[in-house]
Write a protein that binds this ligand. Structure first.
Ligand code: TMP
Length: 207
């Protein structure tokens, strides 16, 4: 699952996991950054605190370090065991956030090289991209943050243009790999969006 801030990814991924379990699938629900113990430490470094703490290069390296550990310790072993792995974010987030949102300041080739170094030829079977107007997404995100004690609001605090670049980035990624990516309008009720997701998963993965 991919998308900008406040798209409802975390809610939707849990609903899909429950749905797949009801169809007797063995499901592993995980996330990036922070799908492993070391990943949780990297997550704190990456998404808490000041915007200026890291630059885009350092972020890309650390997100791929988290991803490498996640693949080795959790994703590949789970796939090996025949499980369905649902991940709340994966490498498209690095391309969308560290490349597109930062106004394409980094080189796309460098990000692709980091991908090859950390992940090799592996690709997800399906990437669901939840799309929403950043104004709507950010309002949702801040509302949620107000009810929580965590400090994971580094990206929410960036300017609107940054979030618009990010949204466009995910759309570009989906255009480049339409066979892997499905973009869904996330500006609807939880139940309606869940139905759309089940439809895409059923069509693409043949449940
Ligand atoms: P989340 O729990 O909202 O998904 O928080 C993760 C944050 O980290 C979110 O703002 C997106 C950001 N992120 C990147 O910038 N690059 C990445 O590669 C990943 C996985 C996440």
């Amino acid at each position: 699952f991919e998308g900008g801030e406040g798209t409802g990814k975390s809610t939707q991924i849990k609903l899909l996991a429950d749905y797949l379990k009801s169809k007797d699938k063995d499901v592993v629900l995980t996330k990036e950054p922070g799908g492993t113990d070391i990943g949780l430490e990297l997550r704190r470094i990456l998404i808490e605190g000041e915007i200026s703490k890291l630059d885009a290069e350092a972020e890309a390296l650390l997100f791929f370090a988290d991803r490498r550990i996640h693949m080795v310790k959790k994703v590949w072993p789970s796939i090996e065991d025949g499980k369905w792995v649902l991940s709340d974010r994966f490498a498209d987030s690095t391309m969308a956030y560290q490349y597109y949102a930062y106004d394409k300041r980094l080189s796309k080739e460098n990000i692709n090289s980091l991908y090859a170094f950390a992940v090799g030829n592996f690709k997800p079977d399906l990437t669901i991209i939840l799309d929403i107007d950043p104004k709507v997404g950010l309002a949702r995100s801040f509302k949620k943050a107000a009810t929580m004690t965590n400090k994971e609001t580094r990206n929410e605090n960036r300017e609107l243009k940054w979030h618009e670049n990010l949204r466009q980035g995910f759309i570009e990624i989906a255009k480049e790999e339409p066979q892997r990516c499905g973009v869904l309008n996330a500006d609807k009720s939880i139940e309606e969006l869940h139905k759309d997701i089940v439809k895409v998963v059923t069509e693409r993965l043949g449940l």
